[in-house]
Ligand binder design. Structure first.
Ligand SMILES: C[S@@+](CC[C@H](N)C(=O)[O-])C[C@H]1O[C@@H](n2cnc3c(N)ncnc32)[C@H](O)[C@@H]1O
Length: 233
């Protein structure tokens, strides 16, 4: 089984995933999670959902958009959940179909996958009564420009829509009705034990930062999305 995430299991083993988010978790500007109702959007193998639970959340719902990728990831999620003795719940749901109310929402590397990232942020705002934790890939070349910017098809392979610079990510979040409380600098993504991931991380693009850089932020639910021209504008 090819894992997406490196997850620590109670027997001392680590799932052999492509992404090791354990060092990144130490850089997230976490709010108090004690007793909170939490949601993880685009959970894949569930790393962030299990992390929310580990850090004290009372209830965690992991969600992901139905797809062949998600079906395989769900099997890995269930394997990890059983091994961890976790109570995280799972639902097959896309970011635009969320319902209910959550105190804390985690959304990791999902905005780059959707054609309407501002709409996705507004959809998250509608189901959040507390905080959003966001981590996204950022474009290092665009960091050099002092404006809120995004790049289309940043990897030239059709696998991403928009990749922002840090100012652009912050601006998109604010326009969707959030108040940004804290934002990290540029973070380096860490490959997991999966051999392909180890190989990719040694490429020149990763080493100079053209790949594998991200930024995290914490935003409070405050206000509503900016609307310039009716519901869709
Ligand atoms: C790059 S992976 C990130 C996985 C995990 N959140 C993380 O931080 O490692 C992107 C995830 O977003 C999910 N995704 C893609 N489109 C989505 C949508 N419209 N709504 C919710 N999740 C989506 C994918 O299924 C996948 O699990």
């Amino acid at each position: 089984m090819d894992w997406w995430h490196a997850i620590d299991l109670p027997d001392g083993s680590v799932t052999p995933g492509g992404w090791d988010l354990r060092p990144t978790a130490a850089r997230i500007p976490w709010p108090d999670l004690d007793g909170k109702r939490c949601l993880d959007v685009g959970t894949a193998d569930g790393f962030w959902a299990f992390e929310l639970e580990r850090r004290g959340a009372a209830d965690v719902l992991a969600t992901d958009l139905p797809s062949p990728f998600q079906q395989r990831a769900r099997q890995r999620f269930e394997h990890a959940r059983d091994a961890l003795g976790s109570r995280v719940r799972y639902e097959e749901l896309g970011v635009f179909d969320l319902e209910g109310e959550f105190d804390v929402i985690f959304c990791g590397y999902v905005l780059q996958m959707v054609r309407d990232p501002a709409g996705a942020l507004a959809a998250l705002r509608r189901v959040c009564a507390g905080h959003l934790l966001l981590i996204e890939t950022v474009s290092l070349p665009l960091e050099a420009l002092p404006s809120p910017l995004a790049r289309l098809d940043a990897r030239h392979d059709g696998r991403e829509w928009f990749v922002f610079n840090r100012r652009g990510l912050r601006k998109a979040v604010e326009l969707a009705g959030w108040r940004v409380e804290e934002q990290t600098g540029v973070l380096r993504d860490h490959p997991g034990p999966l051999p392909e991931a180890q190989r990719a991380s040694r490429s020149w693009k990763y080493r100079i930062g053209a790949r594998g850089r991200s930024c995290a932020l914490r935003a409070a639910a405050a206000g509503s999305a900016t609307q310039l021209f009716g519901r869709d504008g």
